[in-house]
Design a protein around this ligand. Structure first.
Ligand code: GDP
Length: 212
């Protein structure tokens, strides 16, 4: 495996967007602090969090995670928040069908307002959250949403039960690093199929989860 060069500390800006109440703040808090609470205050504007992911012995990735309020859709501020983003996570609530349409609008808004430096779309994954409650969204439908709308991946998640979230963030980090390295670097925490090498040496498919 090629080593990352000149990149002892890599920093990426990751946007987390989606309709109000889909679970954006909960997902970030689960990923960053491994906690869940059922009564967060609604995000107004934008919140920030930092997660440090070790990549190899010499390298860590700093993910600057931007939690963008669902109320700000189509607002003038999203263009400002999106600026210089390396990646995006778009969240829907798998118990509320209209948040699917919302997620697709967010994807369109993102693609219209920001690109990577080379003009290509910002890599985005789709999270179907709250899979601990309901599974109205079948695997085929989720896959169709992913492939028909330019997402680089999709995951079922539960912030409450801690399902799929670490896998999703690591998959996205891997995608960004690989893109920046011209596809020449395999991040150790992922295998070539995009599956996550978990600590207990089991692997989970991107669409699999423990509860859905
Ligand atoms: P945001 O507005 O998108 O940031 O959504 P929040 O993170 O504030 O979550 C909205 C509500 O959904 C809160 O009551 C959360 O406790 C709840 N919630 C978030 N994620 C999950 C989940 O995975 N499962 C369940 N059952 N509830 C969740």
């Amino acid at each position: 495996m090629a080593a990352l060069t000149n990149n002892d500390k890599i920093s990426y800006k990751v946007l987390v967007i989606g309709d109000p109440g889909v679970g954006k703040t909960s997902i970030i808090r689960r990923f960053v602090h491994n906690v869940f609470s059922s009564n967060y205050k609604t995000t107004i504007g934008v919140d920030f969090a930092l997660k440090i992911l070790p990549v190899d012995e010499n390298t860590v990735v700093h993910l600057q995670i931007w939690d963008i309020s669902g109320q700000d859709r189509y607002g003038v501020m999203t263009r400002v928040y999106y600026k210089d983003a390396h990646a995006a996570i778009i969240v829907l609530d798998s118990t509320r069908e209209r948040t699917i349409e919302g997620a697709l609008r967010w994807k369109t808004d993102l693609d219209q307002k920001v690109t990577l430096a080379d003009g290509s779309p910002v890599p985005a994954i789709l999270l179907a959250n709250k899979c601990d409650i309901d599974n109205k969204l079948g695997d085929d439908k989720l896959y169709d949403l992913e492939t028909n709308n330019g997402f680089v991946g999709s995951f079922r998640t539960s912030a409450k039960e801690s399902v799929g979230i670490e896998e999703a963030f690591k998959f996205l980090a891997n995608t960004v690093i690989s893109t920046e390295q011209g596809g020449q670097y395999d991040v150790p925490f992922m295998n070539r199929e995009g599956n996550v090498n978990l600590d207990d040496n089991t692997t989970h498919s991107r669409y699999d989860s423990k509860c859905c």
